[in-house]
Design a protein around this ligand. Structure first.
Ligand SMILES: NC(=O)c1ccc[n+]([C@@H]2O[C@H](COP(=O)([O-])OP(=O)(O)OC[C@H]3O[C@@H](n4cnc5c(N)ncnc54)[C@H](O)[C@@H]3O)[C@@H](O)[C@H]2O)c1
Length: 334
């Protein structure tokens, strides 16, 4: 059978598609290849995927319902969807809020509509984010925590996706799992994120800005662990029995939400030190106050996904950073 992967040219989408293909699945990938960051990198990921005979790609916007509908109609074997296409990044949502509504809200609706009309659909797994926890103080973040105080439009759109999905689960018995990703890093990573952007600056001898001197903490999650969690979750759709983990009166048994993180909260300055070590160069550090869209700390409780799928993150930051740097050196020829 076939899996539709949206955002297949993106960081996580590429890795998920690669894993599914290596497991012998057919994958239909879609992505609009937008210019939020270097398109050469997106194309590079697609070139890797194109080596698999089971991979097909369509350049389209997920908010374009005719285009998505046509791809789905042309692939009658589709029975699962991994929806990762989105406008990502919290800070950029201050600059171009429109793209967040278009891609993350309209795009999500299109995917829900397509899923609803797919007779063979077994499971829709989609990307949410640790950002939905906003400035919550109680750690680690748990799926049962309140998440109605987002501090960025990005977080608001992702929470909106979870709510829209719940309504479709309730109305149409559509089996869905939201995965709240926690700061993913690794080879083929995203140039706008800390690990990649710091590496570039260190190599170029340019300064990096650390908020609060790098004392902010993040639950950095290596991409291979993320992929294991996504593929594991995809294999266990909600089956309509009341989910023990669902809280709240009226919660649909078809809608599941799970954290996916490393379950270790580490200081950003420790990431910088590991990058310096791997790159053999010192960073030039500037410090600045934490911007309003950034949270002081993220830390994922992962017992829910662990209990359901056996998920157990295994790559520590000290192992993952050298692996990222090895890829970075090759890709940038440094
Ligand atoms: N990387 C992380 O740490 C992280 C953390 C939390 C949540 N997420 C979520 O995980 C998903 C994947 O993130 P990523 O890090 O791989 O980001 P990414 O930007 O590398 O991948 C997203 C891909 O979606 C594509 N895309 C964007 N808007 C589109 C649209 N309207 N139509 C079609 N394609 C579109 C982009 O071109 C890109 O290739 C996103 O939904 C993101 O919000 C990521």
């Amino acid at each position: 059978m076939t899996v539709l992967v949206t955002g297949a040219a993106g960081f996580i989408g590429y890795h998920v598609a690669e894993r599914l293909l290596s497991m012998g699945e057919e994958v239909v990938g879609v992505d609009n290849l937008n210019t939020y960051y270097d398109v050469t990198l997106k194309q590079g990921r697609l070139d890797q995927l194109a080596r698999h005979p089971g991979f097909r790609f369509h350049k389209l916007d997920v908010s374009d319902r005719e285009a998505v509908g046509a791809v789905v109609a042309a692939n009658p074997g589709l029975d699962r969807i991994v929806h990762l296409a989105a406008q990502a990044g919290v800070r950029h949502s201050l600059i171009d809020p429109w793209s967040y509504i278009q891609s993350n809200v309209m795009g999500h609706l299109v995917v829900l509509e397509v899923a609803r009309h797919l007779p063979k659909l077994r499971h829709l797994v989609y990307a949410s984010t640790s950002s939905v926890y906003g400035a919550n103080r109680e750690l680690p973040f748990r799926e049962t925590d309140r998440v109605d105080t987002p501090i960025s439009l990005y977080a608001a759109t992702k929470r909106a996706d979870e709510l829209m999905s719940h309504s479709y689960a309730h109305l149409f018995s559509l089996p869905q799992t939201a995965l709240r990703f926690f700061t993913v890093y690794g080879p083929w990573g995203r140039p706008d994120m800390a690990c990649y952007s710091f590496a570039r600056a260190i190599v170029a001898g340019e300064p990096i800005t650390l908020y609060e001197g790098g004392e902010l903490r993040r639950d950095f999650t290596y991409v291979d662990d993320i992929v294991a969690g996504v593929v594991g979750a995809l294999a266990v759709p909600p089956d309509g029995r009341v989910l023990a983990e669902n809280v709240g009166e009226g919660a649909s048994p078809w809608a599941r939400i799970m954290n996916i993180g490393n379950h270790r909260s580490e200081k950003v300055i420790d990431l910088v030190r590991l990058l310096e070590e791997s790159l053999g160069r010192k960073a030039i550090i500037r410090t600045a106050p934490r911007p309003d869209v950034d949270v002081p700390e993220t830390f994922a409780a992962v017992d829910k996904i662990g209990g359901l799928t056996g998920f157990s993150p295994s790559v520590r930051l000290s192992e993952g950073v050298p692996r990222f740097v090895a890829w970075f050196r090759k890709w940038h020829a440094v």
